[in-house]
Design a protein around this ligand. Structure first.
Ligand code: FRU
Length: 516
């Protein structure tokens, strides 16, 4: 073959590829709008560009929900950490703000929290204008490189203009390191009973608690977890708060601990403990390991401070350290979960943590007419939808034996299976689309479902362009996973795997409007 012929062949082959690609239904090919790159989530928070991980500094103040986040503005992989910043008035629509905290000579700015110091205990503000105070970890890269073990310390910064600009405290760090390599992610709350600020912090694979009157001077008061809970990896991002038990006056303390690796389906995951807090330390008689979300992609999540309605609102990072830096996006990387409201539900002799999308999301969902879809034993029904990639699919059913497939014309599918006998729910993304960017991504994820009600219960599925969030029995069993289909999913296949007929009652695929 001559060079010219080879060139012609290559030209034909490559234009055929381009032609095929341009016909594919992806975001990029269907709209020219802002935030329309392929895989760009349309109703989840993502930074405009570059790398993001954990949500940080989640605090409400003067009508604004602040969302800070681990951010590296120069690349789409992890690097020197900053705090990116966004605000929202409704937890649905977000405004991008300038970077809030930059690395300095003490190190990168790792994860942490923010509080409204309403009595100006820190003295950073005035009684009339109390400060927002951010409490975060400094990571000294030089220390790490030099092989030292004391390179993580805790620092603080304050803002007097509701988060627009921040001043770092001149006497940072406020907690120095005592030779614990992983010593990070301070989450601070005001504790009414002991009239003190309480900080939860992780140290290797256990938690520590500190107390303070002014957010500057901290005293270690207790520790938790050396021999409780899952210890497959480093403990990260603690969060301690009180939560009401549904339909009762009872309140319990909850402690979140993210762990990496060692999650139930591989890599990163968030475990929780239910117990008590006496102002000094957390205790529990819980033996079982409990997970907030059994999917692979909900990590480092924590809750809002100073929430105006007294709700406990959670946001997690919708990724996993196993492959988070390799997912197939180019302009930005990763998204946050939808904000979820937390509660506790009494189940048998214990409690389950419930997490369910905040009700504000309803206002961006264009409802469809509900219908009952009946599927006879062993058969299937297919429902097609042109807005599946931005959808809120719901139904109720009594059945515990069925399969749901989200499928596209390339034959790619994500498969959800409810297994009655095994009392298990599976999320299979082995053939869901792009998955070869990392070997662990194409997985079948399992979630035990020990106690679904006998009667009808709800299944709700939020799908955005690169994620799926499954809420079973109103947030009792939850799975969150990233997906990268090569084309939009357009069909929902409802398969009856049982020996009785199934009614998928009040079935609807609501269309979720874009928030950008
Ligand atoms: C969790 C985490 C934190 C740390 C941050 C660094 O994902 O590892 O423990 O502060 O990310 O970006």
């Amino acid at each position: 073959m001559t060079a010219l012929m080879l060139f012609m062949v290559l030209l034909v082959v490559s234009s055929a590829c381009i032609d095929k690609d341009s016909k594919q239904k992806t975001l990029e090919n269907t709209t020219q709008e802002y935030y329309a790159e392929t895989y760009r989530p349309q109703f989840h928070f993502t930074p405009e560009e570059k790398w993001m991980n954990d949500p940080n500094g989640m605090v409400y103040n003067k009508g604004v929900y602040h969302l800070f986040y681990q951010y590296y503005p120069d690349s789409i992989v992890w690097g020197p950490m900053h705090w990116g910043h966004a605000t929202s008035e409704d937890l649905v629509h977000w405004n991008h703000k300038p970077i809030a905290l930059y690395p300095d000579k003490l190190g990168y700015i790792f994860s942490g929290s923010a509080v409204l110091d309403k009595d100006n205990t820190s003295g950073f503000g005035t009684d009339e204008n109390p400060p927002l105070v951010a409490i975060y970890t400094y990571h000294d890269m030089d220390g790490e490189k030099a092989g030292r073990t004391d390179y993580q310390t805790q620092g603080i910064a304050y803002s007097l203009d509701n988060g627009d600009t921040w001043t770092k405290y001149a006497d940072n760090p406020v907690i120095g390191n005592t030779d614990i390599k992983d010593f990070r992610d301070p989450k601070v709350m005001w504790h009414e009973d002991s009239q003190a600020w309480i900080m939860s912090l992780v140290a290797g694979d256990y938690a520590q608690f500190y107390s303070s009157q002014d957010l500057k001077t901290w005293k270690l008061t207790g520790e938790f977890g050396k021999d409780v809970g899952a210890h497959g990896g480093v403990w990260e991002c603690p969060d301690l708060f009180k939560l009401e038990v549904e339909d009762s006056e009872e309140e319990k303390w909850v402690l979140f601990i993210s762990i990496n690796p060692g999650g139930p389906n591989g890599g990163s995951s968030t475990q929780y403990f239910i117990g008590d807090f006496d102002g000094k330390t957390f205790t529990t008689d819980q033996v079982a390991h409990k997970w907030l979300d059994w999917g692979t992609d909900n990590y480092a999540g924590v809750t809002y401070s100073n929430e105006p309605n007294g709700d406990r609102i959670f946001i997690g990072w919708m990724s996993n350290w196993l492959y988070g830096q390799e997912t197939p996006t180019e302009k930005w990387r990763s998204a946050m979960t939808v904000p979820r409201k937390l509660s506790l539900r009494k189940v048998g002799n214990g409690y389950d943590l419930i997490n369910y999308p905040v009700s504000n999301i309803e206002k961006i969902i264009k409802k469809e007419e509900k219908k009952n879809v009946t599927v006879v034993a062993g058969e299937k029904e297919t429902v097609s939808s042109d807005h599946l990639m931005q959808s809120d699919l719901r139904f109720t059913t009594q059945s515990k034996d069925f399969r749901i497939k989200f499928r596209n014309s390339l034959g790619e599918e994500v498969v959800l299976s409810m297994l009655e006998e095994e009392k298990e729910f599976l999320l299979d993304r082995t053939n869901s689309g792009k998955s070869d960017f990392q070997e662990d991504f194409a997985s079948v994820q399992k979630m035990p479902i020990p106690s679904l009600p006998e009667e009808t219960y709800e299944v709700r599925i939020l799908m955005d362009h690169s994620s799926i969030e499954v809420f079973i029995n109103e947030g009792q069993y939850v799975m969150t996973a990233q997906l990268f289909p090569n084309e939009f999913y357009t069909d929902v296949v409802l398969e009856n795997t049982s020996e009785r007929g199934i009614v998928f009652k009040d079935f609807e695929i609501g269309e979720v409007q874009r928030i950008w």
